[in-house]
Design a protein around this ligand. Structure first.
Ligand code: FES
Length: 150
């Protein structure tokens, strides 16, 4: 996308939050929903419009694991890193996922609880599909399905 068009879309998002106190987080959420990540060009525009420094915007952007600063791969696979899933094999699943996806076009991200704590470890695919009690074998089967999709 050409930067002018990108900036126009970011401005439109900023306008929709014009009178909202504490607009930074909602704006960042909307920008990521629009582009699947928060482009660096958007950070200056957001900072200027909300009268914040670039460092303040960048600080929030990097504090929350939810926000991406680069475009994701074809699919996003989130593995829960929270305590209950860790206690049910989550660390081993993360290590397996990192190895399995090292050369993949899929994006691996951490997430901190998906609401399936009693039946972990849990993962989420593309912010839609939740899967519980994910073993390395089940993980591989789910990834094989994703890699087979266009
Ligand atoms: S701790 Fe993993 S789903 Fe809640």
């Amino acid at each position: 996308m050409i930067p002018d068009e990108l900036i126009d879309r970011v401005r439109s998002i900023l306008n929709s939050h014009h009178h909202q106190a504490g607009a930074l987080l909602p704006v960042l959420h909307d920008v990521q929903a629009e582009f699947n990540y928060v482009p660096s060009e958007a950070v200056s525009e957001i900072a200027n419009t909300l009268k914040l420094s670039r460092a303040e915007v960048h600080g929030v952007l990097t504090y929350y694991h939810h926000f991406r600063q680069t475009p994701p791969g074809k699919h996003v696979v989130r593995v829960c890193r929270a305590e209950a899933c860790q206690a049910q094999g989550g660390d081993a699943l993360v290590a397996h996922a990192e190895r399995r996806l090292a050369q993949s076009s899929l994006t691996l991200e951490p997430v901190y609880c998906l609401g399936l704590c009693a039946i972990g470890p849990s993962i989420q695919i593309d912010e839609i599909n939740l899967h519980a009690q994910v073993t390395p074998g089940k993980f591989d089967a789910l990834i094989a399905d994703l890699e087979g999709t266009p």
